[in-house]
Design a protein around this ligand. Structure first.
Ligand code: PEP
Ligand code: MN
Length: 264
């Protein structure tokens, strides 16, 4: 069902209020790795509004490699996120980690993110198949393109056709970067599937200085959008600061992404 063989026309998701994800426009989504406080969100949202970015990412349930790391503000954080985002015309992209969260998060979310560690959590995918909101599925840590498409198929066949595929880097033998952003996946996914494809250069390379170059490369490779991490002070971010852009870097990247998209 997610194949081009079944549907030739590219899927474009309409999130309302003039926000779309899919062919015909460049979807930009930015924000901190973790939602930390109202003060933090205030700053990020002002930055996004100033630069015309309508989608904000930010985790309240964080899948951390260490159980001692910051694990997110949970539902309280999401309620604040939702209230502040609604007041500013911003749409929310945030990660759901388990089946029981789908229902409690539902009314506060615009796009459910399935994280790389949960791409093959088939119970979660089944649950999201019954939801009327878009789902962005990230590629698994060591997941193949075919496995990503199979995960999308779970949600789609469950009845939810509002899907976005996200290339976020895979684990390879390379240790010079956090992950290996597989830009090959972009044209391959676009050819195989009618679903929108988004690139996450932050997790893809994991090194702040190189994030803009890989974001721009993602657009040239044919991505329908970019999702990346930004924070007023990346050095103090509760998670993923080393791959997070400050607002100057982010503003420059937004300008360049729009310019490069025009060249396609
Ligand atoms: C994130 O988006 O902050 C995140 C945890 O991403 P991933 O699941 O790709 O590691
Ligand atoms: Mn992160």
């Amino acid at each position: 069902l997610v194949s081009r063989k079944w549907r030739v026309k590219p899927t474009v998701l309409d999130l309302g209020d003039g926000v779309t994800i899919g062919e015909g426009s460049l979807a930009l989504c930015a924000g901190p790795c973790s939602i930390e406080s109202e003060a933090q969100m205030e700053k990020v949202m002002a930055h996004l509004v100033e630069n015309g970015v309508r989608l904000m990412r930010g985790g309240v349930f964080k899948p951390r490699s260490s159980p001692y790391a910051f694990r997110g503000l949970g539902m309280d954080g999401l309620r604040d996120f939702h209230r502040m985002a609604r007041a500013r015309g911003i749409k929310i992209v945030t990660e759901v980690m388990q089946v029981s969260q789908v229902e409690e998060m539902h009314d506060f979310v615009d796009v459910f993110q399935v994280g790389a560690r949960n791409t093959q959590n088939y119970n979660l995918l089944d649950a999201l198949g019954g939801v009327d909101k878009p789902v962005m599925i990230k590629r698994g840590i060591s997941g193949t393109i075919e496995e990503l498409l199979s995960s999308a198929e779970y949600v789609f066949s469950g009845g939810n056709e509002k899907l976005i595929l996200c290339e976020r880097g895979i684990r390879t033998f390379e240790t010079a970067s956090r992950n290996t952003l597989d830009l090959n996946a972009v044209p391959i996914l676009k050819a195989k599937s009618h679903l929108p494809v988004i690139v996450d250069p932050s997790h893809g390379i994991g090194i702040r200085e190189y994030v803009p170059a890989m974001a721009l490369a993602g657009v040239l490779a044919g991505a329908d959008g970019i999702v990346y991490e930004t924070h007023e002070t990346p050095e103090t971010a509760a998670s993923d600061g080393a791959q997070t852009l400050d607002f100057d870097e982010s503003a420059r990247l937004i300008r360049n992404l729009r310019r490069v998209y025009q060249l396609r």
